[in-house]
Ligand binder design. Sequence first.
Ligand SMILES: [Fe+2]
Length: 260
Amino acid sequence: MFDTTTNTGLNTATIIAQLTDTHLLSHPGDRQRGCNPWQSLKAVLRDIAAAQPDYLLLTGDIADAGELTAYQQAISLIVPLQIPTYWLPGNHDAIAPLFNSFTHPLFHPPQATILGNWQLVTVDSTLSRACWGEGRLDRESLQKLEERLQRCHLPALIALHHHPLLTGLDWLDSIALQNADEFLALIDRFSHVRLVLFGHIHSTFAQKRGVTDFYGTPSTCLQLHRENSKLGDRQPGFRLLHLHPDGTHKTEVRRVCVLT
Ligand SMILES: [Fe+2]
């Protein structure tokens, strides 16, 4: 599961576009709460293509209800970009249909890999018996993460679906990463963990904790106002990351105009 390697030029920044919570429905024409996730994702991918990232990072809730046709839609929209795509599941995903559909050579399941002068570690934080969509990193995942960080000292970007830091919104925090304390205690031991990226919160989040920057990213469809927990009217978005060879980074969230 771990240890694939992909090298880009070592003297230039590696550019990653994170897209998350696409919540695709069974059919491209389907809408949910006024949003057509297929159309919205299409618009996001148009802007991502213009940004010319080296890699895509897809951080879960790819389908809204785990439908096979939704995963097929994702493939049909993403593959034409011809960009290697690292993905991990979210609480809305159905694990078997997801793993069985995302077999295209451009698609890479949860793993650790080297991208330029950085390492990317994508982990599955979904809980098979979740009550309300909460997440957890199981013992094996934590152990593999620890072993990886002990073995490779390149600046690390860890990506997962569930947020490991509190947002301040009760109901959202109740479905966060349930053993965030274990995860945070682990990464605190490794000063080369520079970035933690997640989805799940359908909004922008940025917080520095020690040497690590934590970022949450808007959904490619419905947005959430964390201030009042209501569905927001902000546009869909994605995050662009420039990972510099010296271990620094820059990042921005780009909002996307969707024509309906
Ligand atoms: Fe979601």
